[in-house]
Design a protein around this ligand. Structure first.
Ligand code: GTP
Ligand code: MG
Length: 242
């Protein structure tokens, strides 16, 4: 359907229980299938909370969030997990192997599919260098892999699950600029047709995005393409300068 993977926030307001002020204020946007929506803003602006709302880690006090035209509040955890894949800001590994961490319960994925996901996520080389490759043990918390490697494994894990919606929470900041660039060059064909929402720190990560949302204090204070925002939005100009 044309709605497949479309994520819509409508006048969403959310505050943590007991907190005085909402951390998300009247946020509305649509993230379209086949397109990349980027979210940028300073630390504490509410970027992670926005992604978590789409995954229904919490429910908004006001407004609605729909995926595929259906309110997320009517979807089960399993339906949500099948539709949206989050690459979290602090990726986690569980005790097992590199392969089992990439499959993450999706036993049907073949080794070839895992290698293909690793190739896109720029993780192929360091896994091939391990003596046991995909069968290399990983400890709980992933202490045997570096932060940047963990991020790439976490991106590969999302690719293996082939969701309609990708949520990348600051997934590229631990990568050096060259790896970041290679990964982003490889991503579009691998995620073709899916809805991509990318939270970013670096402007260079999102200059190609179809739509950029600038968020400050839980509110959208600017939206447009890189060029549009560069010419018109003071908050964005400040982020670009910093
Ligand atoms: P960075 O990841 O640092 O770039 O920030 P962010 O934009 O992702 O901010 P985030 O969405 O994590 O937080 C938005 C606001 O919600 C901040 O003021 C946080 O302090 C607050 N917040 C986040 N998580 C919680 C929580 O579990 N409980 C409470 N009470 N507040 C929270
Ligand atoms: Mg965050």
């Amino acid at each position: 359907t044309p709605e497949a993977g479309r994520v819509v926030f409508e006048n969403v307001t959310f505050g943590f229980p007991g907190a005085e002020k909402p951390v998300i204020k009247n946020v509305s946007f649509a993230a379209e299938p086949g397109k990349t929506t980027a979210i940028i803003g300073s630390t504490g602006a509410g970027k992670t909370v926005l992604l978590n709302l789409a995954l229904r880690l919490y429910d908004p006090q006001q407004g609605s969030i729909t995926v595929d035209g259906a309110p997320v509040s009517e979807l089960t955890r399993d339906q949500l997990a099948d539709t949206l894949s989050l690459v979290p800001q602090r990726p986690y590994m569980f005790s097992g192997t590199i392969g089992s961490n990439l499959r993450f319960g999706r036993t049907a994925a073949t080794d070839e599919e895992l290698w293909e996901a690793l190739r896109v996520a720029q993780g192929e080389d360091f896994v091939r260098e391990r003596e046991l490759g995909l069968d290399e043990p990983v400890s709980q918390g992933g202490t045997s892999v570096s932060g940047g490697q963990r991020q790439r494994l976490s991106i590969a894990r999302a690719l293996v699950s082939k969701p309609k919606v990708y949520l990348f929470d600051d997934s590229f900041s631990a990568l050096d600029v060259a790896t970041d660039a290679r990964l982003r060059a490889a991503l579009p064909s691998a995620t073709q047709g899916a809805t991509t929402i990318i939270v970013a720190q670096r402007v260079s990560t999102i200059t190609d995005a179809d739509q950029i949302l600038v968020i400050e204090g839980g509110e959208i204070v600017g939206r447009g393409t890189h060029d549009e925002l560069l010419g018109s939005n003071e908050v964005y100009q400040e982020i670009v300068r910093s």
